[in-house]
Design a protein. Structure first.
Length: 367
């Protein structure tokens, strides 16, 4: 009976967040598809058997399905939710071809597939901008106010009063910028430029890997230098400034995520930190306990990562389709249906393997 508490405590918050973000993603595909005259047959939140739904005036079936782990937009000429071209695609009449995804130009098809990830990025920037204008952007001065004894910072020669200017070539405008880089770079040698008494100094520092347990009992492994910045405050931004800083923050999150994925692929970083559905559900439930701002930040992070991951060049994902379209543009003709089917099968194996690995990580932290 203890496990039943997971449903309201963790599963429901997770489903609320993921449903909203999947809807945003699929709406990106839908709107651009309609813009180019493509007939959308199904707009589904979830996979598998339909739970309930309705048809709109254009004939699109809007529905909620049994397995709420994602969603899809099925367009005319698709054989399945993965937008695999139907085997009868060549038998379509001229009128049918006019509203089929697979008879649109490479540029139009690419725009439709890119629309999903783009919608996630725009949604994240919208949420972040709204937060920066209403609540404010977190800001701590990048001047060191304390150095922990025997820490990586002290060993490297950092001192109280040093103003942090850049880390590995990335400009530091606030202490939060440093934290984002350092936490994702344990045991990595960083080039830190500081201003000390009006002179720039180059310092090499390697963040120590430490385990941190938050007030909800979640353990995470991060890099730590052992320094403190100025007192945190929230600066409210105007409309233009909020959008600018939101775009900048989105870029930094994407950059650090790609760096982490690259390090994991090269073997220089463990994949144990990779969270699966259970891990994300737990994070969602814990975040709901912390209040509205935390929920907003989690939604922003997941939205950005949902958009980014879908751009990875793996068949079945949007990025896989974009890869096929790029090859088509170079060759001057589309890949054969058989080649695409093989690609989608490989993509399916890769995604299931990744899902299994991430879920195993989740279970290993529980048992």
């Amino acid at each position: 009976m203890e496990y039943l508490s997971w449903i309201p405590e963790y599963l429901v918050p997770f489903l609320i967040i993921i449903t909203i973000l999947v809807f945003v993603h699929e709406m990106g595909h839908y709107l651009i598809a309609k813009r180019y005259g493509v007939k959308v047959e199904v707009f589904s939140i979830g996979f598998g058997r339909e739970l309930f739904g309705w048809n709109d005036k254009s004939g699109t079936r809007w529905k909620f399905s049994l397995i709420p782990m994602g969603g899809y937009v099925k367009m005319f000429g698709d054989a399945d939710p993965a937008s695999t071209p139907s085997k009868s695609i060549k038998k379509l009449t001229p009128q049918e071809r006019a509203c089929s995804l697979h008879y649109k130009s490479v540029g139009q098809r690419s725009a439709i597939l890119f629309g999903g990830p783009l919608a996630n990025f725009i949604f994240a920037i919208f949420l972040m901008s709204a937060m920066f204008m209403s609540i404010g952007q977190p800001y701590s001065s990048p001047v060191i106010t304390d150095v922990v004894s025997s820490s990586a910072a002290e060993i490297s020669g950092m001192k109280i009063g040093d103003r942090l200017l850049s880390v590995d070539g990335r400009k530091i405008g606030r202490f939060e910028d440093l934290q984002m880089i350092v936490q994702s770079s344990p045991n990595k040698k960083l080039k830190v430029v500081v201003n000390r008494n009006g002179q720039e100094r180059l310092i090499y520092a390697s963040p120590q890997l430490v385990s941190r347990v938050d007030n909800l009992g979640n353990e995470t492994k991060i890099g730590v230098l052992g320094i403190k910045g100025g007192k945190k405050e929230f600066i409210k931004r105007g409309f233009s400034a909020a959008i600018f800083y939101s775009c900048l923050e989105t870029y930094r999150i994407v950059e650090l995520t790609l760096a982490y994925v690259g390090e994991m692929i090269l073997g220089s970083r463990s994949g144990e930190e990779l969270a699966g559905p259970l891990g994300i559900a737990k994070i969602s439930g814990d975040t709901f306990k912390q209040g509205f701002v935390s929920i907003l930040w989690l939604s922003i992070i997941i939205s950005i990562n949902l958009g980014l991951i879908n751009l990875f060049p793996i068949p079945l994902l949007d990025g896989g389709h974009l890869l096929f379209y790029a090859i088509e543009a170079i060759r001057g003709k589309a890949l054969s249906l058989k080649t695409q089917e093989i690609g989608f099968k490989i993509g399916l194996i890769l995604l299931f393997s990744l899902m299994f690995y991430a879920t195993w990580n989740d279970l290993s932290k529980v048992f």
